[in-house]
Structure formats: C-alpha cells, structure tokens
Ligand binder design. Structure first.
Ligand code: AMP
Length: 235
C-alpha cells in the first residue's frame, strides 16, 4: 500500500459508522432515529444520557442510516494513479445530509466544551464554519503555506515524500481557549496533528477533533494521542 504525497491510497472499503461517541453526540444521533429511542429509552428523559448509557442502543442499523454514509463518492486514481479519493461533494448537494453532519459535529464540539472552531483548509472550512455559527463561537483558519496575510505561525508535517505546512494567524486562538478542530477526513493524521500543534503553540487547548471520514487502516489516531477524535464514518 502506498500513502501518497497528500492523498491516501485506499485499497478497499468497508463502510462502518463509528467513532468516539460522546453522550450528547449519541443522544443527537439516537433522537434522530426515534424508533430506536422509543424502543429503548423514554423520550420523557430531559437530560441526554451518558455515552456509556446509550452506547449499546446505537445499533449498526442506526449508524448505517446516517444520510452521508451513502453519499460519499469514491473517485479512483485522483489526484494521481492508485489513489482512491473520498469525495464529499455529494453530501454538500444533499441539504439534509449536510445538515445532519453539521448537527452531529456541532453536538460533539458542544459536548467537548469548544470555545472556538478551527477549520483545516479547505474542506474543514466547509464543515467547520456552520459548526462555529451553530455554537456561536469564533471560527479560525488553519491554512496552507503562504495564504494568510497577517502575522502567523507555521507547522510542517511529513508526507511520504517531502513536507507540507499549515499556518495560523498569531491572534487566531486566545490563551487557554478550548479549540475543536474540524476537517473532512482523517488519513495519516499529519494534517490534524500539525494543526493541533499550532493551537497549542498559541496556548490554546485542543478539546477534540471532528471529521466525517476516517481511513482506519492508516491509523491516524496514533498521531493524535492527546485529544478525543470523532469520525462520523469509517472506511
Ligand atoms: P492526513 O494528513 O494524511 O490525515 O490527510 C488528511 C487530509 O488530506 C485531509 O485534509 C483530507 O481532505 C486529505 N485526504 C487524504 N487522503 C484523502 C483521500 N483518500 N480522499 C480525500 N481526501 C484525502
């Protein structure tokens, strides 16, 4: 298996929907599938249950019902031969699926106590901005090298051949602020880890990382040991 310069080769796919589920996250997912709730849980309960309390109730059926899971499009050999690109654009063209993804990430970020949302260029912007607006918290950009106009800090991360760089403005994070990082996909974890280092260098606290898709065979979580990770879908 080859891990491309920026893109990860996906040799096959096995759609499962899972991740590290917070209580609120699970509550949101379950309440959107009310049959499960009425089967197993009283809707009269006013407080969301803990993650442990609800974990067993989230069946694979409920996971598979995540609208976006059927919409992710595999594009072989993009941007180079041998790479299977996970294209999220059909999700953006399906308002209910887009909304569902934003709602789930929002509830996860809320449960983690996010005080600001950091979006990783560029698809992390698409999903991160509505989360920030829904929570009423700031949005900060982690951008590719040379894109930000003001004073900035940089973090380099390794690719299979060479390196890549992400940058943030020096005032994007306030000291002690809890930052929830958003991207579309977790592959090797290099991009997310570099973005987390930027937050930490600005004296922020990374309270979580949320994404739509995790390519589990690349074990990106090993590069992100210090904060919780939520992936809405695994391939
Ligand atoms: P990584 O740093 O290896 O975790 O790569 C994550 C970043 O690369 C994300 O911003 C993704 O958008 C992008 N990426 C990596 N592999 C793929 C893939 N197979 N399909 C779509 N995007 C990918």
């Amino acid at each position: 298996m080859v891990v491309g310069v920026e893109w990860s080769v996906v040799s096959g796919q096995c759609p499962v929907v899972s991740g590290q589920w917070s209580g609120l996250y699970l509550w949101s997912l379950i309440t959107s599938h009310s049959k499960l709730v009425t089967d197993h849980w009283s809707l009269a309960t006013s407080q969301p249950p803990s993650a442990n309390a609800v974990k067993d109730l989230v069946t694979s059926k409920a996971m598979a019902e995540l609208l976006a899971s059927a919409l992710i499009r595999d594009v072989p050999d993009f941007p180079k031969p041998g790479i299977l690109f996970k294209d999220i654009t059909p999700v953006l063209e399906h308002p209910a699926a887009f909304q569902e993804v934003v709602d789930l990430l929002t509830e996860d970020a809320r449960a983690k106590g996010a005080e600001t949302i950091v979006g990783i260029e560029s698809r992390g912007f698409i999903f991160g901005v509505p989360v920030a607006l829904a929570l009423g918290v700031p949005f900060a950009m982690a951008r590719k090298l040379g894109k930000l106009p003001y004073d900035r800090i940089s973090e380099e991360y390794a690719l299979e051949y060479g390196t890549n760089t992400v940058e943030m403005h020096v005032d994007a994070i306030k000291p002690g602020q809890k930052a929830y990082i958003v991207d579309d996909l977790l592959a090797t974890g290099g991009t997310a880890a570099a973005s987390a280092r930027l937050v930490q260098r600005l004296d922020g606290v990374v309270c979580g990382f949320g994404c739509l898709i995790e390519l589990t065979f690349l074990d990106g979580r090993k590069n992100l040991p210090d904060f919780p990770i939520t992936a809405l879908m695994e391939f």
